[in-house]
Design a binder for this molecule. Structure first.
Ligand code: GLN
Length: 534
């Protein structure tokens, strides 16, 4: 294709309207028409990446193959497009300023006053165009975090203004707003949208397309009114009605012809009708399940579902693959004790112990691991969840009374989980873990993971500092917990299983990050299958 096109998605009226899902759905339709598309998120906060953010504030930290700690929206991009993202797909204000300040310190600006315009905006432009010029995508969709009118988003909106001027119809702005329904007067209201577009216009940006989130269908007269007040064409006023699952949104956007409107405005051929056969089969299975089971997720950030976004989505993918509706019970690990564990976990067909950091809620997780082992309930331990299974086994089977991870207790007599050699001496927290994709060799063909992957070598993403301490490996194996996956380069234990149980698997990596609609993760598929059979 000739030259890359740039689509910007901005948000107005309120946050949490689903810019990420809208960007993903539009990108999905364009991809399904035969274009190569990628999505990028620009985050207005000053953290260099979300790796140091508490999940309560910003949801899960997503990790890419190349080891970038990113916003959770990148997870949606991968789940929808089935194409991996990288560091270049997530840029924060902190990262922009960091590189501008580094250049200033090196003297690159030759004595000039360094300013938001043009230095910060030029840096933002470089990060946007990089995906088009260097990675050669036909279309780059850039989602601007935050809401129009925020002080923090201003440099990004200013950059969009400049790019629209520079690129003409090769740049397009989609503004997502809310049309609330007022029950008292029985009316849908467009005023917040009008105000939001006004705020964009004040910053010099005229949106090309408006997508209106709504609980009820928007009729033609309301659409006309919005078109008139906001200077957009009638067919560029698109409704995004609430749906049961985010995976419905591409179809909804197709019904509204968002993809064709966007292509026409950018002067691109429509190509083929979107190919969504496999996608719709996935949806069909999701909506017409043969089974229903309840799975428990034991973690410490359960009040906010976004904290475990990728796990929740991976279970949906695996559920559909098994024609099963997976109901998720989120259980706070701090609420679990030896006395109440059976009550708390009653009725669950499978249990996941979630990833995590720090000692809060650890004892409840250890009680959970004991309960699933003793009751032979399908168990999936992810990262910290695997480490917990190891600690529990050490304490209750190997009689190492104070066995622990040195993350929780530096003075333990049995450091069965310990700091990795290369982590010792690191004091900085941001970006200093074992991050990104590493190989894992599956060494036991009778293992559950071999049956799931049907491969002897896989690659999975990591995000952790601690590891299984293989000094103790022989003792564990003798007592019945086996290392079935190893890192082929370092021999680090990546996967443990208890072969005498139905399905007891702990993985040091994060399989949830690479589960997508069209390629559900084999371990989640196998876990759900085992749970159905339980
Ligand atoms: N806190 C553990 C570690 O750093 C586990 C991390 C995780 O679950 N992502 O090794």
């Amino acid at each position: 294709m000739s030259e890359t096109r740039y689509i910007f998605v901005t948000g107005g009226v309120t946050s949490s309207l689903g810019k990420g899902i809208l960007a993903s759905s539009l990108a999905k339709l364009l991809q399904a028409r035969g274009y190569s598309v990628t999505i990028q998120k620009l985050d207005p906060y000053i953290n260099v990446d979300p790796g140091t953010l508490n999940p309560y504030e910003h949801g899960e930290c997503y990790v890419t193959n190349d080891g970038a700690e990113t916003d959770l929206d990148l997870g949606h991009y991968e789940r929808f497009l089935n194409v991996p993202t990288s560091q270049a797909n997530n840029v924060t204000t902190g990262r922009i300023y960091q590189s501008v300040i580094n250049k200033e310190r090196r003297g690159d600006y030759l004595g000039k006053t360094v300013q938001i315009i043009p230095h910060i905006t030029d840096e933002i432009k470089r990060k946007i165009k990089f995906l088009g010029t260097k990675q050669k995508y036909d279309i780059v969709v850039t989602e601007i975090g935050g809401t129009v009118g925020d002080i923090e988003s201003l440099p990004y909106i200013e950059t969009v203004r400049q790019l629209k001027w520079e690129l003409g119809n090769r740049a397009l702005v989609i503004h997502l707003t809310l049309v609330p329904y007022l029950a008292a007067s029985g009316e849908l209201k467009t005023k917040p949208t009008q105000h939001s577009v006004k705020a964009l216009l004040e910053a010099g940006v005229q949106p090309d397309v408006l997508v209106l989130r709504t609980e009820r269908d928007l009729d033609i007269s309301l659409r006309r009114k919005v078109a008139l007040f906001c200077n957009v064409e009638l067919d560029a006023v698109v409704q995004s009605i609430d749906v049961k699952t985010i995976y419905e949104v591409p179809n909804k956007m197709k019904e509204e012809k968002l993809d064709t409107t966007v292509l026409r405005k950018m002067g691109l051929p429509l190509k083929d009708e979107p190919e969504l056969k496999a996608w719709n089969e996935f949806l069909d299975r999701l909506k017409n399940p043969k089974w229903e089971i309840e799975i428990g997720l034991v973690g410490k950030y359960v009040e906010l579902a976004d904290s475990y976004k990728s796990i929740c989505e991976a279970l949906i993918h695996a559920g559909s693959e098994n024609c099963c509706r997976v109901k998720l019970r989120m259980i706070h690990s701090e609420s679990i004790t030896a006395e109440n564990v059976d009550k708390k976990l009653e009725g669950l067909k499978g249990i996941i112990i979630a990833p995590g950091f720090g000692h809060r809620g650890i004892e409840g997780k250890i009680e959970t691991a004991r309960y699933v082992r003793e009751n032979n309930i399908p168990f999936f331990g992810i990262c910290l969840g695997m480490q917990i299974a190891v600690i529990e086994f050490a304490r209750n089977v190997l009689h190492m009374a104070d066995a622990d991870s040195t993350e929780m207790n530096e003075k333990t007599s049995f450091p069965v989980i310990d700091l990795m050699e290369e982590q010792k001496g690191i004091t900085e927290k941001g970006g200093t873990m074992r991050l990104g994709s590493y190989k894992c060799k599956i060494i036991d063909k009778k293992s559950n993971i071999y049956k799931a992957y049907e491969k002897t070598e896989v690659k999975e993403r990591h995000r952790h500092r601690y590891e299984f301490n293989d000094q103790y490996l022989a003792e564990f194996e003798e007592a019945g917990m086996k290392a079935v996956g190893l890192n082929p380069d370092t021999n680090l234990v990546e996967v443990i299983e208890i072969p005498s149980l139905k399905w007891f698997v702990g993985v040091q990596f994060h399989p949830e990050y690479s589960s997508t609609v069209l390629t559900p993760h084999p371990l989640f598929v196998a876990f759900v299958k085992a749970s159905i059979g339980a």
